[in-house]
Ligand binder design. Structure first.
Ligand SMILES: Cc1ncc(COP(=O)(O)O)c(C=O)c1O
Length: 415
């Protein structure tokens, strides 16, 4: 491309970004976050800090803990926080109230959900647990342990092959809504329906979709789901995860971790275990109040936000980024001479809220990006991941990130 043409193309893309920012109904939300200088595209690993959270945490520590002490379990409603915050997350994942409990890590909740799913019917003919072969590793590890504990076989299957792999021997299937590596969005409605048709129980991992795009747990008839809150829900480092148990299964949910706070009458301190009613039986031990209440405060930024607007912005952001990468990067995107290739599908219906680019020099390129203030992340050996969090990412950020990527690629020698 001639220099004039290149300048015209980048002017056009800059103008497109400016127009999109000017028309963005979510733009005012950015001011509610504390953000560093530069471009932060790693909210798919750790979401930004909502600016009001430190004062709220200071109150929890200084007053609720420091002054009220033990009284806070009731007077500051600490005890009921796991269900209360679950109900706050519920509309963001398309679930009616009373089906989500907050606590523990995603890993622990994967274990509860998969064991719970197998125990739901406890049919000895259903010998297999299927797991997405490209899953985030912890899901695979925990599903393997859950399968061992319940006397089942764990069978890793690629998501595209799941419908064909489901059958009369399938007890449960564990699927990621959005693949953590590629950003591919899986069809929750179709895969859940396929699992049910085979008589199996569907467990979904929402880590990369909760807060990133509309999720329709109830409409899809999902049985169990888990998700984290420190990515697109901005709950903070190590914020507690959530467990969803569909209303219709709650009376039959047999948790493998029946701790005392999931007891029907925990303060009776009885020798026998009687599970609590409802989703409370997904609890285990004492809730991690400090991080839980930081999360509760963080969720306020979602008040009045329509999931459809979040999705529309996410797709427009990722479209713009892909177009800018294609134009700016020497050799373009996905061409015969390209140094970067999109692992994320172009089809909107198959795209989460991140773009993953395969690049042979990914470690040096990500280091170069970060040194210039564009923070994405590296998935070894050769994946550059860029998360687009619609609440605080600007279209100008997407354009800038692609421009800096082109600069860095110009400096890092091809492998
Ligand atoms: C898809 C997915 N599942 C599970 C996890 C693990 O979550 P945790 O560390 O809360 O157990 C992650 C973490 O990034 C993830 O991306």
């Amino acid at each position: 491309m001639s220099e004039n043409l290149t300048a015209a193309v980048s002017r056009e893309l800059l103008e497109r970004a400016a127009k999109l920012d000017a028309a963005d109904e979510l733009a005012p939300l950015r001011a509610r976050f504390t953000l560093p200088e530069g471009v932060y595209l790693d909210g798919n690993s750790l979401g930004a800090l909502p600016a009001h959270v430190p004062a709220r945490v200071a109150d929890v520590v200084g007053r609720q803990w420091g002054e009220l002490l033990i009284r806070s379990w009731s007077e500051s409603a600490w005890w009921t926080a796991p269900e209360r915050i679950g109900d706050r997350i519920a509309p963001l994942v398309g679930a009616a109230p009373g089906q989500i409990v907050v606590g523990d890590s995603t890993s622990v909740n994967v274990f509860k959900a998969v064991v719970g799913a197998v125990r739901l019917h406890d049919d000895p003919a259903r010998t297999d647990v299927l797991v997405d072969a490209a899953t985030f590793p912890t899901d695979g590890y925990l599903a393997a342990s859950a399968a061992r504990l319940t006397g089942r076989r764990l069978i890793p299957v690629r998501a595209a092959e799941l419908p064909a792999a489901l059958g009369p021997s399938t007890a449960a299937v564990l699927i990621n809504h959005v693949d953590f590596r590629t950003g591919r969005l899986h069809d929750m409605a179709a895969l859940t329906a396929a699992a049910h048709e085979a008589g199996a129980v569907a467990v979904w991992d929402l880590c990369h979709s909760a807060g990133a795009l509309p999720v329709a747990l109830d409409d899809c008839g999902v049985d169990f789901a888990v998700g984290c809150t420190y990515k697109y829900l901005n709950g903070g480092p190590g914020a507690p995860a959530f467990l969803h148990v569909a209303q219709r299964h709650q009376g039959f949910f047999d948790s493998p971790l029946p701790g005392w706070t999931s007891h029907g009458d925990p303060f009776a301190m009885t020798e026998e275990y009687t599970a609590a009613e409802g989703v409370t039986r997904g609890r285990v031990g004492t809730p991690d109040i400090l991080s839980m209440l930081a999360l509760e405060a963080a969720l306020e930024v979602w008040d009045g936000v329509r999931p459809d607007s979040v999705r529309a912005k996410s797709l427009a952001l990722t479209d713009l980024f892909l177009d800018c990468v294609a134009e700016y990067v020497p050799g373009g995107l996905d061409g015969p001479d390209s140094r970067v290739r999109s692992m994320t599908p172009y089809a909107h219906g198959e795209r989460g809220s991140q773009i993953a680019l395969r690049c042979a020099e990914a470690p040096a390129v990500m280091a170069g990006l970060i040194a210039r203030g564009v923070v994405g992340d590296l998935r070894r050996p050769d994946v550059l991941r860029f998360g687009f969090t619609p609440l605080y990412t600007r279209f100008a950020d997407a354009e800038r990130a692609a421009a800096v990527l082109a600069e860095v690629l110009g400096e890092v020698p091809a492998a």
